[in-house]
Design a protein around this ligand. Structure first.
Ligand SMILES: NC(=O)c1ccc[n+]([C@@H]2O[C@H](COP(=O)([O-])OP(=O)(O)OC[C@H]3O[C@@H](n4cnc5c(N)ncnc54)[C@H](OP(=O)(O)O)[C@@H]3O)[C@@H](O)[C@H]2O)c1
Length: 325
């Protein structure tokens, strides 16, 4: 099969053996595979795949059709449309997905949207609903809201009845993010003055942490998910105490199968009906055939996009036109 591999930092497409589904796994004919920041870091040699993940082929999320099942896999059968999380190996024509982290793709959801859903929506749902315990009526601030996780977070929070403010760097992207349910400002605007916020979802990183804390309401929660702008931060412990604040951080990729399955079930239960009904959508910046993976990585890494960059390894499945938000 053809698969994306990295050679000295270059993105190339190479022949690899088709994987064989092991216990509990589904062999998936991959129709769409989303790109994520972790793939770029892996390309640069800065994020080795976790133990057990494909050491060579990147790709944390896929959507496609089940072709075969491994021993003991009973949740899905051949022909079912599924999407789900991987530790790596998704950017290929075929991938093995454990059935416990697989989610059915609702009818009417386009492949590109499904391929860009799992990693970002599970990350955003876990951060907001499980870790920060965001409640209806609370105020949320999302930093770096135009990307995959940000556009998911804005919609999930709005659906949950929270009031969302979002920072978006690129001016031309702000109206699109606003349509998803946020009041949108620039990262240099006075967002501390717009507080207090009950929850801050930090997707940009260290330099924001000190003002995040100043913008927080008593009992507020900050969840750090992305550190693209830097990992170092200054924290005023007096303000932390005075606000009875919680600062949390998390990663999804390195979690155990059990933990990922729990997060996937939460999304299946709480978000899938809204995705099926069109009340949640996956903004897709663009989709590229597998052979043009290098161009897809260039687009992803150039920034200034709204939502997801998606690879389409299976050219036989038509690329459904995805409405822009
Ligand atoms: N912890 C986890 O489990 C987990 C899971 C998924 C993703 N992540 C991380 O979370 C972050 C967001 O993920 P994503 O999928 O949404 O990535 P993405 O699609 O690349 O979006 C990142 C967004 O952040 C903005 N941004 C980046 N650096 C910025 C800066 N210095 N100042 C202001 N805005 C900035 C970008 O704006 P521009 O387009 O203008 O650059 C973009 O809108 C990434 O760092 C990713 O690696 C973590």
């Amino acid at each position: 099969m053809r698969a994306v591999v990295f050679r000295d930092g270059a993105v190339v497409v190479a022949e690899r053996p088709r994987p064989v589904p092991q216990g509990g796994e589904l062999l998936v004919h991959v129709a769409a595979a989303g790109l994520n920041g972790a793939d770029s870091l892996q390309r640069q040699g800065r994020y080795p795949p976790p133990p057990g993940a494909d050491p060579d082929v990147p790709g944390l999320e896929i959507a496609g059709t089940v072709a075969d099942t491994g021993p003991g896999a009973t949740r899905f059968g051949a022909g079912d449309r599924v999407m789900g999380l991987l530790g790596g190996g998704g950017q290929a024509e075929w991938a093995c997905l454990h059935e416990r982290v697989a989610i059915p793709v609702p009818e009417g959801v386009a492949w590109a949207a499904a391929g860009g859903f799992p990693e970002t929506f599970i990350t955003a749902h876990d951060a907001l609903c499980t870790q920060a315990q965001l409640r209806p009526g609370e105020r949320l601030l999302v930093h770096g809201a135009a990307g995959g996780v940000g556009t998911a977070a804005v919609q999930i929070a709005a659906l949950a009845g929270a009031r969302v403010t979002a920072t978006v760097r690129r001016e031309a992207s702000r109206a699109l993010v606003a349509e998803l349910g946020a009041s949108v400002i620039g990262p240099d605007d006075d967002w501390v003055g717009l507080g207090p916020f009950d929850v801050v979802l930090e997707l940009v990183g260290g330099p924001n942490l000190e003002p995040d804390l100043r913008a927080l309401a008593p009992g507020g929660r900050i969840v750090v998910i992305g550190i693209g702008a830097g990992a170092g931060a200054t924290l005023n412990l007096g303000q932390l105490m005075a606000r009875r604040a919680v600062v949390r951080g998390s990663t999804l990729r390195a979690r155990s199968l059990e933990e990922k399955a729990l997060a996937a079930r939460g999304v299946e239960r709480e978000l899938l009906p809204a995705l099926a009904a069109g009340r949640l959508r996956v903004p897709v910046e663009g989709e590229w055939p597998l052979d043009e993976a290098a161009a897809a990585y260039r687009r992803f890494e150039a920034g200034g996009k709204v939502g997801k960059v998606v690879l389409r390894p299976d050219p036989d499945v038509p690329a459904a036109a995805e409405p822009r938000p």
